[in-house]
Design a protein around this ligand. Structure first.
Ligand code: F6R
Length: 242
C-alpha cells in the first residue's frame, strides 16, 4: 500500500477529497464506496467545501454504503442509511436516489446480501472505496474471522465494536448485535481503496493491516491483496508501523 502521513484529520480529508474530486471530474457518474463512523467525516467535509468553492456537477454520482445495522428501523437516526444521508449525501449534494445502503430489515435478510452484490455489479463496481478501521481490525463490519472471499452478509458485531459505537446510542446495550456488511471479497473488488485512520487507538490495527501477516484474524490485512490502496494516517495511528 501507499502510506501517506498527514499531521491532521483535516489534511487527510483534503487529500482524499482531491482524489475523489478528480475521479468525478473524469467520470461524472462515478461509483463511490461510502463509510460511516467518525473517520470519513473530514473527507466528506473537504469534498463539500471544495464543491462549494469550485462547483462540479455531482448529481450523477452513485454511492454504496459499506454496512448497516440489522433490526434498526431505516428511519432511526443512527441507522447507517440516516447517517450516510446526514454526513455525506446532504453536505456533498449527492442525489439521494443514487445512494444504496445494505438492507438491514430482518424480513429480507436472507436475500439482502446477494441483492446488494447484484446492485454493485449492475452499477459497474465501486471506483473508490473509503474505509475506516476498527480497533478489532475490522473493515466494513468484517470482524476477525471474516473470509477474504466474503460477500455482503449478516455478521455479529464484536463486543469491542459495540462498546466503541455506544457513543452514538444511549448505551452499549442499544447498539444492535448484528449488521449487514459488504464482505472482504466485495471490498477487494473496488478499484481503489482509501483507508484512513487517526489516533493512537488505531495504531495496532493499522500496523496489522499494513505490515502484519495476511490473516483473517486481522481483517484489515486484506488490503495487502489489493493492487491500489492508499492509506492515510496521522502520526498517532502510524506510531506502530516499522
Ligand atoms: C463504518 C465501518 C467501520 C468503521 C470503523 C471505524 O461504515 O464500516 O469499519 O469505519 O468501525 O469507525 P470510526 O471511524 O467511527 O472510528
Amino acid at each position: 500500500a501507499e502510506v501517506v502521513f498527514v499531521d491532521s484529520e483535516a489534511a487527510a480529508g483534503t487529500l482524499a477529497a482531491a482524489s475523489i474530486r478528480a475521479l468525478i471530474t473524469r467520470t461524472p457518474d462515478a461509483v463511490l464506496g461510502l463509510a460511516t463512523g467518525s473517520t470519513p467525516l473530514s473527507v466528506y467535509a473537504a469534498l463539500a467545501a471544495s464543491l462549494a468553492e469550485n462547483p462540479l456537477d455531482v448529481s450523477r454520482v452513485r454511492g454504496f454504503a459499506l454496512d448497516e445495522y440489522v433490526g434498526l428501523p431505516a428511519d432511526h437516526p443512527e441507522s447507517y442509511r440516516s447517517v450516510i444521508i446526514r454526513d455525506a449525501v446532504v453536505p456533498i449534494g449527492l442525489t439521494p436516489e443514487n445512494i444504496q445502503v445494505p438492507n438491514g430489515d430482518l424480513a429480507t435478510i436472507e436475500t439482502a446480501g446477494v441483492d446488494y452484490e447484484a446492485a454493485i455489479r449492475a452499477a459497474g463496481g465501486v471506483d473508490v472505496q473509503i474505509l475506516g478501521i476498527g480497533r478489532t481490525g475490522h473493515v466494513g463490519f468484517n470482524e476477525p474471522g471474516s473470509s477474504f472471499a466474503s460477500i455482503t452478509r449478516i455478521k455479529t458485531l464484536a463486543e469491542k465494536t459495540r462498546i466503541d459505537n455506544a457513543r452514538f446510542f444511549s448505551s452499549a446495550d442499544e447498539v444492535p448485535i448484528h449488521c449487514m456488511t459488504q464482505g472482504l471479497g466485495t471490498i477487494l473488488r473496488a478499484r481503489h481503496l482509501i483507508l484512513l485512520a487517526f489516533g493512537e487507538e488505531k495504531a495496532d490495527a493499522i500496523a496489522a493491516a499494513v505490515e502484519g501477516p495476511i490473516t483473517s484474524s486481522k481483517p484489515g490485512s486484506v488490503i495487502q491483496l489489493h493492487p491500489h490502496v492508499t492509506v492515510i494516517v496521522d502520526e498517532a495511528a502510524a506510531s506502530r508501523l516499522e
